[in-house]
Design a protein around this ligand. Structure first.
Ligand code: SAH
Ligand code: SF4
Ligand code: F3S
Length: 482
């Protein structure tokens, strides 16, 4: 059968769609690119904010119209909305089945039984084990340069505003051997960058079930992936301010191919709000982590997520968010208005009492400030030379190429002979906007020379950083922490 899949939500969902495609292709189905030619439409959904759900509900109406044209069409909802709304979608939206994030292995059977017997079905049992470790994702709409690899599933942090722990279940860490195998396989196929994904990568921890003394934590995993090849870039997200540790920072500093960018969502600059959000750190703790990052990795970019207008947020709280942003000088940010999610801790305990106009006003102030900070951050890069991995051509002109530097900043530059997608080039920045660095190619790199430092300088740096990391680790072990 021809299967059309549409994906909403986070990168985890994009990766899950690739797992779903793999499961379905293995049993002989094919993936198609339009709803008109599809026998089955799958929509992989997000519940994180109300507007994400509304968008999907709108699409389900479009799919219902398509069902009138194609009587045999099957429509299935996957992902977080399937988990949250279950039968509601079957009853109200002309959907044939809903399958939650831990039940994708059941999909071939569910599709077959819908065809044979016409039964509608919802399969949303959350698992303590499922990690899809053995499934090799089919990379869809990929640039064949950069790929996502999920390293954990679920989340154990009960941030009070957040639906994710309810839709994704308990946190599970995937076997490091299968992660490394997947990264090696991608590299062998020509990929140059992998992003390790988890709701909280810092809590990655895998113990060998046959020998629990053998374990791998996040920085060890990062190192294993970085060691695959110096020309394979490694990124990761999301880091949690309460859990990110110096071991990760030293490891990032040690390996030139681990990109110097940390996404560290702060959510709010006010301690009262952070407490209500159940984030388990204070403004001061957060600023201390920022100081550690700046000390160990001086040129690290830092981005964040911010929520405007959470329950009981006062003008004072909001001002504290603005002042924290000024203090940290984030390079970029994702910014949202608080959207109450049914049955979360916040929905049960607090009142969503910041009026909509006020939420919008605060969000706009946050966005305006971040635009200024992003522009200032980019202006500081004018005159610098960065190594950029070419990811594609610019949307505006096919004579221009785009790619990111180590700091995850998008760079735009004129194409040149002999330079193609997947190559590393050095780009000198001579202009910018708040969203992009604009520059010129300096030198074409056929082989990657691990940045501008000499190999012996890098080796020396690594020795010193490894010594510091070992010292730090010994101290933690003596305190009984891993
Ligand atoms: N695990 C990651 C991100 C999860 S969701 C983390 O802990 O940071 C991505 C972002 O969506 C969050 O960082 C938060 O800023 C935002 N978000 C989550 N729930 C929200 C809600 N109910 N309303 C508005 N924004 C929300
Ligand atoms: Fe949601 Fe918090 Fe988990 Fe992130 S860490 S997914 S915000 S509960
Ligand atoms: Fe959305 Fe689910 Fe991801 S709620 S953000 S798709 S984990």
């Amino acid at each position: 059968m021809k299967i059309y899949i549409e994906t909403y939500g986070c990168q985890m969902n994009i990766n899950d769609t690739e797992v779903v495609a793999s499961i379905l292709c293995k049993v002989g189905h094919t993936i198609c690119k339009s709803i008109e030619e599809a026998d089955v439409i799958l929509v992989n959904t997000c519940s994180v904010r109300d507007n994400a759900e509304q968008r999907v509900l709108g699409r389900l109406d479009v799919f219902a119209l398509q069902k009138k044209k194609n009587k045999n069409l099957i429509v299935g909802v996957l992902g977080c909305m399937a988990q949250r709304l279950k039968e509601d979608l079957l009853n109200n939206k002309n959907v044939d089945f809903t399958v939650g994030p831990d039940s994708y292995r059941e999909l071939p059977e569910i599709i077959a039984s819908r065809l044979e017997s016409g039964y509608k079905k919802t399969e949303t049992i959350l698992s303590l084990k499922e990690t899809y470790s053995d499934i090799e994702p089919v990379r869809m709409d990929s640039n064949h340069v950069s790929a996502f690899i999920s390293i954990t599933r679920g989340c154990n942090n009960m941030c009070s505003y957040c639906i994710v722990p309810f839709t994704r279940g308990r946190e599970r860490s995937r076997d490091p051997k299968s992660i490394v195998r997947e990264a090696e396989y991608l590299f062998a196929k020509g990929y140059k960058e992998v992003t390790l994904l988890g709701q909280n990568v810092d809590s990655y921890f895998w113990a060998n079930p046959d020998n629990p003394t053998e374990s791998v934590n996040f920085f060890q995993l990062l190192e294993l992936v970085a060691l695959i090849d110096p020309t394979l870039r490694v990124r990761f997200q999301t880091s949690h301010p309460k859990d990110i540790r110096k071991g990760v920072l030293y490891t990032m500093a040690m390996y030139p191919n681990i990109c110097k960018h940390i996404h560290l969502p702060v959510q709010s600059g006010s301690n009262a709000q952070l407490e209500k959000m159940n984030r388990k750190y204070t403004r001061e703790d957060y600023l201390k982590k920022i100081a550690d990052i700046r000390e160990i990795i001086p040129n690290c970019a830092i981005s964040t997520d911010i929520i405007a207008g959470f329950c009981d947020e006062t003008e004072e709280d909001h001002k504290e968010t603005l002042s924290l942003m000024e203090e940290v000088k984030f390079d970029s940010a994702f910014m949202f208005q608080y959207s109450e999610r049914p049955n979360t801790l916040a929905a049960r305990k607090y009142s969503d009492n910041v009026p909509l106009e006020e939420k919008t006003k605060r969000l706009n102030e946050i966005i305006a400030l971040q635009n200024k900070l992003s522009l200032e951050s980019n202006q500081k890069d004018i005159g610098k030379i960065f190594e950029v991995l070419i990811e594609g051509t610019s949307k505006r002109s096919d004579k221009q190429l785009i790619g990111r530097n180590t700091n995850n900043k998008m760079c735009v530059f004129d194409a040149a002979d002999g330079v193609k997608v997947g190559d590393y080039v050095f780009v000198k920045i001579n202009n910018c906007t708040s969203a992009t660095l604009i520059g010129d190619i300096q030198e074409v790199k056929k082989t990657h020379h691990l940045h501008i430092k000499s190999i012996s300088e890098i080796k020396n740096d690594i020795k010193e950083l490894k010594r510091k990391r070992d010292e730090w680790l010994k101290k933690r072990e003596s305190e009984g922490k891993h």
